[in-house]
Ligand binder design. Structure first.
Ligand code: TYM
Length: 331
């Protein structure tokens, strides 16, 4: 059976981008077709300036939203990264396989490091090595497929490279994984700045639809989305990025095709109105289940306990094998 692994980082409230690019597919497709593990990767949230209480709160909220999005613990494994030691154990070995230059070429590192430096902050070493920890997350589970949005494909490529290099040097140990991404909405853009990704750790609230926004707030954000000069509705990512983004969001929420949908609109206003309604309807069940789950913290805690146990059982043999292969004395 295909093994699937993916994760979400608790550095902010989850967004429509996370949902359309990742969560929804995990729930609708992956958990039904594969032996799938989904992880709130809390160790990754420590790579930038952080508040411990906020990381704890956001981790709990992310787990609850994964379940609210439809992940069923009877069908897949839901857990928190720091509950399973194998991630950190393997990460160190992979640091001994990765190179400094490889890390510095990662686009997300370059962007985030530049942002931290512009703020006058320092860059944590863990921000540089983050993709190695992500590779460890993936490789520890013998993962075949990693369902992610477009922004993570470079990191999954690195995981592939490290797996191939490790296997070549030390003998076959890891499955070489591949990224999969959705046909539409693999990169949902910020509604106020359609040249940038809708990212949960960004500060620009008006351009980001959060899964837990009230419907009225969502409607306002979409109605106020920045559009392009021009009148006709066409799907042109380069020339009309704002409209293309709305068409992709609408297509993802209604199961349509962005090009075909474009033909049905004579004005930007009508497109915005339908997109807002489609998003509100898509998120309604998630918000409702989230409310129910918040009333049952014991259930969520139980899912995490069982999830960590199952995840560790799956990861340990591979990580132990990697320790032996690389030359460490068995305990
Ligand atoms: P994170 O937490 O930034 O995002 C979680 C998932 O949501 C997708 N995503 C988007 N998709 C479309 N449009 C957007 N605007 C958008 N924003 C986010 C991401 O591509 C991702 O699939 N490094 C990862 C977390 C991670 C991970 C892993 C993922 C750590 N270890 C192992 C897969 C496998 C991250 O920061 O995702």
């Amino acid at each position: 059976m295909t093994r699937v692994f993916s994760g979400v980082k608790p550095t902010g409230h989850l967004t429509l981008g996370n949902y359309l690019g990742a969560l929804r597919r995990w729930a609708e497709v992956d958990q039904h077709q594969a032996d799938a593990l989904f992880c709130v990767v809390d160790l990754h949230a420590l790579t930038v300036d952080h508040d411990p209480a906020r990381v704890r709160r956001l981790s709990r909220q992310a787990v609850t939203l994964l379940l609210a999005s439809g992940l069923d613990p009877r069908r897949c494994t839901v857990f928190v990264q720091s509950h399973v030691d194998e991630h950190a154990r393997l990460s160190y070995l992979l640091e001994c396989v990765a190179t400094d230059g490889e890390m510095r070429r990662m686009i997300q590192y370059k962007e985030k490091a530049a942002r931290e430096q512009a703020r006058g902050g320092s860059v944590r070493l863990s921000l540089l090595t983050y993709p190695v920890l992500m590779a460890a997350d993936i490789l520890a589970y013998g993962t075949d497929e990693v369902p992610v949005g477009d922004d993570q494909t470079q990191h999954v490529e690195l995981a592939r490279d490290l797996a191939v290099r490790f296997n070549h040097r030390y003998g076959h140990t890891f499955v070489v994984p591949k990224a999969t991404s959705p046909k539409v909405a693999a990169r949902v853009m910020n509604l106020q700045d359609p040249a940038s990704k809708m990212g949960k750790s960004d500060d620009s609230g008006p351009g980001i639809v959060y899964l837990l926004d009230e419907p009225e707030v969502t409607r306002k954000k979409i109605m106020r989305a920045v559009t392009d000069s021009g009148q006709d509705v066409v799907h042109d990512r380069e020339g009309r990025p704002g409209i293309a983004n709305l068409l992709e969001i609408l297509a993802a929420c209604t199961g349509g095709d962005p090009e075909e949908l474009a033909g049905g609109y004579a004005s930007y206003g009508a497109l915005k109105k339908d997109t807002a309604e489609a998003v509100i309807e898509a998120l309604r069940p998630v918000r409702e289940r989230h409310r129910e789950l918040c009333a049952d913290p014991g259930f969520v805690a139980g899912v995490l306990r069982a999830g960590a146990e199952k995840a560790q059982e799956r990861a340990r043999p591979t990580v132990d094998a990697a320790y032996r292969a690389i030359g460490l004395l068995p305990a």
